[in-house]
Design a binder for this molecule. Sequence first.
Ligand code: MN
Length: 617
Amino acid sequence: MSRVHITETVLRDAHQSLIATRLRTEDMLPVCPQLDRAGFWSLEAWGGATFDACLRYLKEDPWERLRRLRAALPRTRIQMLLRGQNLVGYRHYPDDVVRAFVERAAAGGVDVFRIFDALNDLRNLRTAVEAVKAAGKHAQGTICYTTSPVHDVALFVQQARELAAMGCDSIAVKDMAGLLTPAAAERLFAALRRAVSLPLHLHSHATSGLAALSQLKAVEQGCRHIDTAISAFAGGTSHPPTESMVAAFRDTPYDTGLDLELLQEIGAYFYEVRKRYRRFESEYTGVDTRVQAYQIPGGMISNLAQQLKEQGALGRMREVLEEVPRVRADLGYPPLVTPTSQMVGAQAVLNVLTGERYATVTQEVKRYLQGLYGRPPGPVNEAVRRRAIGEAEVIQERPADLLEPELHRLRGEIGELARSEEDVLSYAMFPEVGRAFLEERAAGRLAPEPLELPEPSCEPRPVPVEFNVTLHGESYHIRITGTGHRAQDRRPFYVTVDGIPEEILVQTLATVGSEGEAPREAPGPAPAVRGSRRPRAQAPGHVTASMPGTIVAVLVQEGERVEAGQPVLVAEAMKMETEIHAPVGGVVKAVHVAKGESVNPDEALIEIEEEARGGDA
Ligand code: MN
């Protein structure tokens, strides 16, 4: 009865942690017969970030993926990760959306729902747990493990008791950052074992190199379920290798009973598959012991690196990693996991790149400080809260209690584009990305991003150094006079525009190892020539973005009168929205930007003509 059971994560968390959630269904299906025969307790295969990645990048219907996996894995439990009231998105959904989502996921083939809340505010799990039980499926209540002045074993034990009382079928400890040490695992699981009679699961990321040891200690204290990843997708920010853990417990009372030869076969398959996704590999692989200091979870380090790269600021990674724990303390020590990891990460990036802490505060952090994500684990920094939300009310109730049912309205909004209730739910999760996906599907032009970028041509081409360009009806004569050395992924080009010297910073496609080596891997967008069709910001009335991003809303029109500090634009960078405010009061003279456009910090997005003060006009 001491057998240890394995949850294999290769189809969800392993690729989410190592290759930015890009594994495609077509690369999962060929090995499903072997996965199904292996005898895993469950296969984590859905939820988490995979839903978003399917719609946004892979142009796959996530519900279709679930159906195909269900058919290909008739004997194995399919497990999903559900972010409580956030489901698979980044905001709180009303209860009717939560119930419908769980019901459709259960009908589509999910057997085990691992349900967590980023703040361990268990009120945010209740509706999902009830919906899972109503569907007759396994509800796994989850505790996000973290360390802070407000977290200790007694608190986690109390939470486990509450989850048991809520009707959960098992309890998982989710160590997303690889923070758990063997000694801490021993203490925690001994206490949990005494307190609750439900099966205990341990999900621990290998980031800091301790997960396998922590799992062994947890197992010795009565944990009988561990999460692993097949070796080709193990280690680093992923999980301990399945084969290694199976070998470790072989011929002991904890023997998993799994066939190592079959696991070898599965590992060899994924070894080949992973090569195709080289472009999405995290910058940080191997053991990263810094997480013991920074508490940054598996997916977050690679995301931060990717975001900084897109901002042309990869060189500032260290400063951002140091800012993350400071922001976390200001927010009352939330565990770092989606969506708090993105929230804290993006705010840390803003605090570093804008040069002034909380000069710009994301909408998500504002909502968090209003209590709209739930109760923070510890007290928040009141000075930061006042700066972010002023005198706005802080709510005490469960956030979803304030939300009106949405499903009916969403069904109406998306209309004919939705062919099923599942399509409505895709739209509910991600209105912009979901709608774009459904529109592209209706038009028969779903185009997934390529796995490999085309190799640059080696043919020498004549390079023009002098040309005329026409922008907004004005013609300019451009002559390139020289180039400078690349710094932080940007190379300066010296040019003359109508004879006047200018410097243009061009973001390079890739970090090139040495001179003459062709750029091979090029994540992120095509090179952006800074200094665009928009005028350069120079006057006090010019509205600018603090970092490169996309405009999601233009709040003012030409001719409109605005107050200083009034929000005039909403920008999105790093999946977080920030308001951009009018730097001065006056009249909007020109709007140089529209919804959906990409912007850079040195551009004048809106021009405001300052009003003469004193009334002596
Ligand atoms: Mn995880």
